[in-house]
Ligand binder design. Structure first.
Ligand code: NAI
Length: 246
C-alpha cells in the first residue's frame, strides 16, 4: 500500500503538539484520525485542517475509557484496511511534590499517559502485523529520561513509555514495525503556559539553545519516524529539546 494511504491515528490531537502532528501528517498527504476528549477543540482542528485544504477524521473520546478507545480503533482499522501509524501523544500533568501527591492524581495520570497508550498499541498492532507495516511513535518527555522534581508520577509514566516502546520492538520488529519515542523538552503549549515565570526562566538556563521549542519542532520529528524513510530506526528515544537532556 502506498504510504500516504495508510491511516495515521493521533491521540490528544485537538491542540498543542498533537494538533501540530496531525496537521503535519495531513500536509504530507496522509489520512489522519485525530482522537481527543475536547469536542470543541476537535471542531477547531477540523476547521484549521479544512482552511489548509485537508480533511481530518475526528473522534471524541476519553482515552481512559479503554473499551471505547479500542472500539473506535477497531472500527477505523476496519474502515481503512488497518492503521499504519499510531502516535500516542495524549498526556497530562498532575504536578506536586511526591509527599503531597494524591493517589487519584497518580492513577488518572497513569491511565492517560501510559495505560491508554498500551491499550491503543495492543489494539492496532494486529492490523500492523497483518499488513506487515507499522510505525508507532510514543510521545515521552525529557522528564522520563532525566527525572523531574515535582513530577514523579509524570516522569514515571514517560519512562514507562520508553520501556514499553523498547519491548514492543523486541516483540514485533521483524514484522516491519517500528516503535520509537520522542522526548520533547520544553515546548510552548497550553500545558507549559500555566507554569510560573520563575520555572520557565530556570528551564531556559538548563537548555543549551536557551529557547523553548514549538509544537512544529516535535511534529517534524514525528513525521520522520512515521515515514517509510525511518524503517531501520527502532526502539530509539529522540530528544527534541534544544540539547537539554544530552
Ligand atoms: P496539551 O495539554 O496542550 O494537549 C494535550 C491534549 O491531550 C489535549 O488536547 C487534551 O484534550 C488531550 N487529552 C488529555 N487527556 C485526554 C484523555 N483522557 N482522552 C483524550 N484526550 C485527552 O499538551 P501538549 O503540551 O500538547 O503535550 C502533548 C504531549 O507531549 C503530552 O504527552 C505531553 O506529556 C508531552 N510533552 C509535552 C511537553 C511540553 O513542553 N509541552 C514536554 C514533554 C512532553
Amino acid at each position: 500500500m502506498a504510504q500516504q494511504k495508510r491511516l495515521a491515528v493521533v491521540t490528544g490531537a485537538a491542540r498543542g503538539i498533537g494538533k501540530a502532528i496531525t496537521l503535519e501528517l495531513l500536509a504530507q498527504g496522509r489520512e489522519v484520525a485525530g482522537l481527543d476528549l475536547n469536542a470543541k477543540q476537535l471542531k477547531e482542528l477540523e476547521k484549521c485542517a479544512s482552511e489548509a485544504g485537508y480533511s481530518v477524521i475526528t473522534k471524541c473520546v476519553d482515552i481512559t475509557k479503554t473499551s471505547e478507545l479500542c472500539e473506535i480503533l477497531n472500527a477505523l482499522a476496519k474502515e481503512h484496511g488497518g492503521i499504519g501509524i499510531l502516535v500516542n501523544n495524549a498526556g497530562i500533568t498532575r504536578d506536586k511534590l511526591m509527599m503531597q501527591m494524591e493517589e487519584d492524581d497518580y492513577d488518572l495520570l497513569m491511565a492517560v499517559n501510559l495505560k491508554a497508550a498500551f491499550m491503543a498499541t495492543k489494539t492496532v498492532i494486529r492490523s500492523m502485523i497483518r499488513n506487515k507495516f507499522g510505525r508507532i511513535v510514543n510521545i515521552s518527555s525529557v522528564a522520563g529520561v532525566m527525572g523531574q522534581a515535582g513530577s514523579t508520577n509524570y516522569a514515571a509514566s514517560k519512562a514507562g513509555l520508553i520501556g514499553m516502546t523498547k519491548s514492543i520492538v523486541r516483540e514485533v520488529a521483524k514484522k516491519n514495525i517500528t516503535a520509537n519515542c520522542i522526548a520533547p523538552g520544553f515546548i510552548l503549549t497550553e500545558m507549559t503556559k500555566v507554569l510560573p515565570d520563575m520555572v520557565k526562566d530556570a528551564a531556559k538556563q538548563v537548555i543549551p539553545a536557551r529557547s523553548f521549542g514549538s509544537p512544529e519542532d516535535v511534529a517534524k520529528a514525528v513525521a520522520f519516524l512515521a515515514s517509510d524513510d525511518s524503517g531501520y530506526i527502532n526502539g530509539q528515544v529522540l530528544c527534541v529539546d534544544g540539547g537539554m537532556a544530552m
